[in-house]
Design a protein around this ligand. Sequence first.
Ligand code: AMP
Length: 281
Amino acid sequence: MKIIDSIQRMAMLSKILKKESKTIGLVPTMGYLHDGHLSLIKTAKQHTDVAVVSIFVNPIQFSPKEDLDKYPRDLKRDEEMARLAGADVLFNPSAVDMYPEGYETYVDVERLSASLCGPHRPGHFRGVATVVVKLFGIVKPDIAYFGQKDAQQSVIIKKMVEDLNMDIDIKVLPTVREKDGLAMSSRNIYLSEKERKDALCLIEAISKAEAAVKSGERSASKIIKMMEGIIKEKPTAKIDYIDAVDTKSLRPVDTISKETLIALAVFVGKTRLVDNAILSP
Ligand code: AMP
């Protein structure tokens, strides 16, 4: 596995690979890898000739009050895990190279960024869309891989690729979970023992929502209320939002009459966790 921290060298390698007609798969991450990331890397390796994993804690997607400084980082561990998963290239550019002085170009996927996590994390999706466009420009992937865990992010990236006429296939892979159902996340490491137990309220609420739909419930507000009840029982949990929305437009729905995205963000202690599921009537 090649480790590249220079944008120029990464771009050069991609150019050479293109000339050799090799296909490139890109897995953009912020590092501190877990099995969720590894499933994306393994799939990239299966589908394409060269699997590139980028590790970049993107400062512009964090608001001043968020956890940029304490976001977990361990490049040595990530290198080992990425290598074992079959990555061919680990690209870890520096923040000053990605955003040198005078940097001033941003990508805003306007309406899709205005719902769910958007209002709770101002500027977040602008930061995400911008860094992904930059990574696409540097790595020139044929296919890029994202996780369903960040459902809104995946919808936004797909729309951005469509709107900007980018010739890149976006693949979204299922959420990988711990044995007890907690969605894997680099941020889970922040949880205390008690919070780790309480964090199960997210998957518990989702499972109950799925069961309710299966037994005929179609009212989004009733399902959301039931989920709120489950989460409020946990002393360390505080709901940021729970919404039922159309899977593509992300507009709120009242009735579950077709596949609907149920998405939630919950603070467990100081850690903000997100999870979601597609409810199928
Ligand atoms: P992050 O490093 O958290 O920015 O995530 C990098 C990529 O991995 C994103 O496309 C995420 O959606 C995806 N990802 C994160 N957690 C999971 C998970 N538990 N299962 C599947 N994909 C995930």
